[in-house]
Design a protein around this ligand. Sequence first.
Ligand code: GRG
Length: 301
Amino acid sequence: MPLSDTPDFRSSIDFTALAVERAMDRLLPRGSDPEARLFEAMRYSVLGGGKRLRAFFVMSGATMFGVASHASLRVAAAVEFVHAYSLIHDDLPAMDDDDYRRGRLTNHKVFGEAMAILAGDALLTLAFRLIADNASRMSDPRMIARVVADVADAAGTDGMVGGQVVDIESEGKDVTAETLEYIHRHKTAALIRVSLCAGATLAGARPEQLGVVRAAGEVLGLAFQIVDDILDVEGSLAELGKSAGSDERKKKATYPAFHGLEASKQQARTLIAESKRLLDPLGPAATPIRALADFVLERRS
Ligand code: GRG
């Protein structure tokens, strides 16, 4: 039985999602200021569903090194804000031009393009405010500076934005296997890797331990996007909360399009096994991450 099927894992993932949703609700602006419509747009996308896996990565990274999960809650929320910003911008007409996300209309369909862009911008900046804020709560401000830099790298030109640029420029073209992997590693794996590393960094993991976490997070992140590509072929609107088959319609560079469905599934399985093997030096403390790796492979949404 995959580790992700155990009742313990299921309840810890539900518990984390609930805790981070409460924290995000508290941390997001609200009220009747002149910016009220912006606040509504931010809250609409952040609080409207999602698996909260990146939050779970942050908190598991921290607990693995002995820090109680609630101590990393603000950073977990911050990473989910970065993720929500990327989804809002990714759905815009100038990007993927999608109408549905998480089973609801996309942000720009409800609030208009200008407000959707600004909601994304505001979420990204709020995320860094929250990570910096953590300095007063955690022991070592140098760790906070490290996490700020790492998340900036993962979200920026060396990460998500860089991957998105290559993805957009590859649409409709023949890409090589190397370019495809580059897109996936930058667009998706970088934020997943940094989520795990942020928690571990905050908890004071040693450099060699962080190296292990980083390597496992990178491989897990790549597997995550391959599974996402597979689900886009095999899933339904009801399961995914967004239109299936959109990658093919947009002639996106995906693993199934390049390698075929069966080879992509095999590749995802191999990467998940590798990510678990990479965690070996961390022993039983890494069990929740191994379970999460299984969950990434088994997920249907
Ligand atoms: C416009 C400056 C600018 C930057 C945009 C949009 C963008 C940068 C990057 C896009 C990155 C992106 C959207 C990658 C897709 C990653 C992915 C697989 C998302 C789905 O993640 P899940 O399944 O979603 O964890 P939930 O809804 O469960 O949170």
